[in-house]
Design a protein around this ligand. Structure first.
Ligand code: ADP
Ligand code: ZN
Ligand code: ZN
Length: 750
């Protein structure tokens, strides 16, 4: 029982940061909960206003006598706003952030954008009346009026803009005619629609037995009151998207709405088009390329029931659907489902909460499920459906592992193994296409001295600077060194600042070097490159992928961006150049990530009726993530990986909380983190394991020091309690630029 409620009076978003405190009278104690709509006396005149409870507390912020009483709690309707506030509250509690930050996360539209209106004039008079009226017009003073009346003789509907603009009819003249009952001004709200207009071609496949089984099973669960979570594990190209669409069709037929999460819209254009083709303009999409106006309109269309399906990245979870029936998360293992901003939520967990609350079904799909999800499926928490085959007997590709150590022994110093070269030559002769995939990690464009090993670093951040070319200068292109964390720029030094040697140079991006070498071997090869440098603009992804799909290049070289869900029927060879680079990333998810990337990459080959081949080049050919990716054996990989997680107390079996401390002074951060650690280990019997504190792997960004502390426990509740403890300790601190962030089961190492 709390004495006070902190409420928000206006949820129009600019005013979010202002809370007002009210006293909860005894008779309302039972019903006053976070998210509930209340009536409060507001302002000097004590006018009654509606408000929402954001927090309950015993801490009075004013003199007790000055705190007014809540007048009533609305118990009848749960408004969309109440639901959003409850979700924000849940996120605040589970991930640690302020209520305002959480609220801003779930209300992504910052302010109401001016609505786009469509206004036109509808003629109500018949031709006879029009002629009569036109005749009566004064020859000099009512020219415009006459013009409009005569226009109505041929067209009965005219856009307002045309009439008041080109036809030069004054608004007062239009008004007068409206009063006379000659015309009617009609205004409709026009929603901006980001979905391209196109023909709807409902090209439905007859589902395979496996697909049908999954559809039937999940539909059966949807007929129950609490449908729960289903994991759809299907090999690449097994027809998962087809299953989703069938489920959505059922969901719509039940009068329900669906949210579909996909990892990166730009990269999943093809998937999107399939949804449009099947469900037409009852589908909408949220992505970063939408203008604020477009985004706002999509929320409005959703809120007012004009949509059945919303597709988008993790933030699409916050679509204000009234009749949510299902949530689908495609490629559920993707890291982009975890937010890197406070509150650092995982879309899968939020979706699970929402689905439970709304009695909706949650479907997770992947060829390489996260360890988290598969573990839950094994424990019986999730229902598991498997698609083991590609439809219409399309076969999985043949995979070869090339041991690069053996290549060097044999005198081959090139990027390409002999096997890959042999297969590439074959493809180029046959006019088939090739994808070369390189792991991005480990290939920063840093600058170092070949003599003494000096690395040029940012003075404000604990990272090396990256080399870039900028236009301008006498030679047209100038080299610059840029910090990717804070934007600091410096000139390329001519001599090593450490030893004075002239042998200081940058390591170029992996994709560029591969292109160079490829051209050495095949001078006339047509190459497309997809990496951070070639995809600066949002449309670049689509341009490059469409160009490759249209056979305008023989080879597509890229980072992990290219391995995601595209069908290129003419691509029959995939080469993974430095397959094991991600193995040395130094975090507990390295093997999982490597396995996922390689399996997905291999899945790109042979989508059409031509058989695909894959070469995985590695220095660790015996590593289980590589061996199992080669055989596309998820289960085998899972069995080995889960044992490692169990032995080392890592998620999903144990849980982990990373506490990041930000301070202006290095020592201060360490001291503060030590105090947290001390408090958490004070009582030995709760069994928290505390690791650290230590400086974060990037120990300084923009002159702010980062210290990190890890806490582990088998029960996530205990970690949430640990977070609460630290939040309490922070309240007692002098702030002085100190800040703490929490990250549960982090996906990236700090
Ligand atoms: P995934 O989402 O598992 O990668 P998709 O749904 O994209 O798989 O299916 C891969 C390809 O197989 C697509 O071209 C799709 O149109 C086709 N396909 C899917 N299901 C069937 C089916 N039952 N019969 C024939 N073709 C199918
Ligand atoms: Zn910097
Ligand atoms: Zn040097």
């Amino acid at each position: 029982m709390s004495k006070y409620a902190n409420v928000i009076v206006n949820i129009s978003h600019e005013k979010l940061d202002r809370l007002f405190q009210y006293h909860i009278p005894d008779e309302l104690q039972k019903v006053a909960e976070v998210g509930k709509e209340v009536v409060v006396p507001f302002g000097r005149g004590d006018t009654e206003r509606r408000a929402y409870i954001l927090e309950l507390t015993d801490q009075a912020e004013l003199e007790e006598s000055r705190i007014k009483d809540i007048l009533a709690v609305n118990e009848k309707a749960v408004s969309a706003e109440s639901k959003v506030i409850q979700l924000a509250y849940w996120m605040k509690k589970n991930y640690g952030s302020t209520m305002i930050t959480a609220l801003k996360t779930v209300l992504p539209v910052k302010h109401k954008i001016k609505e786009q209106e469509h206004k036109w004039l509808q003629c109500l008079a018949d031709d006879e009346q029009l002629c009569e009226l036109a005749k009566k017009c004064h020859p000099y003073r009512q020219i415009a009026r006459k013009r409009l009346l005569e226009e109505f003789l041929s067209v009965k509907e005219l856009p307002y803009q045309l009439v008041s603009g080109k036809m030069n009819v004054a608004p007062s003249t239009i008004k007068a005619l409206e009063k006379q009952g000659v015309l009617q001004i009609i205004t409709t709200r026009e929603y901006r629609n980001p979905v391209p207009k196109g023909d709807r071609m409902v090209q439905k496949h007859t589902l395979s037995g496996e697909q049908q089984q999954a559809v039937d099973g999940i539909i059966k669960s949807m007929q129950e009151k609490q449908p729960g979570v289903s994991l759809l594990h299907g090999v690449t190209g097994s027809g998962k998207t087809e299953v989703y669409m069938e489920l959505i069709a059922y969901n719509i037929a039940q009068g329900k709405q669906a949210i579909v999460l996909i990892p990166e819209i730009a990269l999943t254009f093809q998937t999107l088009m399939r949804f449009y083709a099947r469900f037409g303009d009852r589908v909408s999409v949220l992505h970063s390329r939408l203008s604020d106006g477009e985004r706002y309109d999509q929320y409005e269309r959703a809120r007012t029931g004009q949509l059945d399906v919303m597709i988008g990245p993790r933030s699409a979870l916050f679509t204000p659907f009234d009749r949510l029936g299902m949530i689908i998360i495609d490629e559920e293992h993707e890291n982009s489902y975890k937010s890197e901003k406070m509150p650092k939520y995982h879309a899968r967990e939020v979706a699970e909460y929402l689905a439970l609350r709304e009695h909706a079904a949650l479907v997770l799909g992947s060829a390489t499920p996260s360890l988290e999800s598969y573990y839950k499926a094994e424990c019986g928490e999730y229902a598991l459906y498997e698609l083991k085959h590609r439809p219409q007997n399309a076969v999985l590709p043949q995979v070869y592992i090339a041991d690069m150590r053996a290549e060097i022994k044999a005198g081959n110093k090139s990027f390409f193994s002999r096997k890959l070269k042999e297969l590439m030559t074959e493809r180029l002769v046959r006019g088939e296409q090739i994808m070369l995939f390189i792991n991005r990690r480990g290939y920063a464009g840093f600058v170092s001295c070949r003599e003494c090993g000096y690395v040029v670093k940012c003075p404000h951040c604990d990272v090396s600077l990256s080399q870039h070319y900028v236009s301008g200068g006498a030679q047209g292109r100038r080299q610059k060194l840029i910090c990717h964390y804070c934007g600091y720029e410096a000139d390329m030094p001519e001599k090593c600042p450490g030893c004075g040697s002239a042998y200081i140079a940058g390591f170029r991006a992996g994709t560029e070097r591969i292109e160079e070498e490829l051209k050495k071997w095949y001078p006339s090869v047509r190459v497309l490159r997809m990496d951070a440098d070639t995809t600066r603009k949002k449309d670049d992804y689509e341009r490059i992928l469409s160009s490759f799909a249209a056979n305008e290049a023989d080879v597509l070289i890229g980072t992990q961006m290219i391995v995601k869900g595209h069908d290129f029927p003419n691509t029959t060879l995939v080469g993974a150049i430095a397959a094991d680079l991600s193995l040395s990333a130094g975090d507990y998810r390295a093997a999982e990530r490597t396995f996922q990337l390689l399996t997905q990459a291999a899945g790109r080959a042979g989508r059409g009726d031509k058989k695909g081949e894959v070469v995985i080049q590695t220095y660790q050919p015996d590593n289980y993530s590589i061996v199992n990716a080669a055989t596309q054996d998820y289960l085998n990989f899972y069995r080995e990986e889960i044992i490692y997680r169990q032995l080392a107390d890592y998620p999903p079996i144990h849980h982990m909380l990373a506490v990041q401390v930000f301070t202006k002074e290095e020592a201060d951060g360490m001291e503060l983190a030590e105090r947290f650690a001390g408090e958490l280990t004070k009582e030995a019997d709760h069994g928290l394991t505390v690791i650290g504190p230590a400086a974060a792997s990037v120990a300084k960004i923009s002159d702010v020091y980062r210290t990190v502390l890890y806490v582990k426990h088998q029960n996530k509740r205990m970690l949430i309690a640990a977070k609460d403890t630290i939040e309490e300790l922070m309240k007692e601190q002098e702030q002085g630029g100190r800040m703490v962030q929490f990250d549960f089961d982090p996906v990236n190492p700090f």
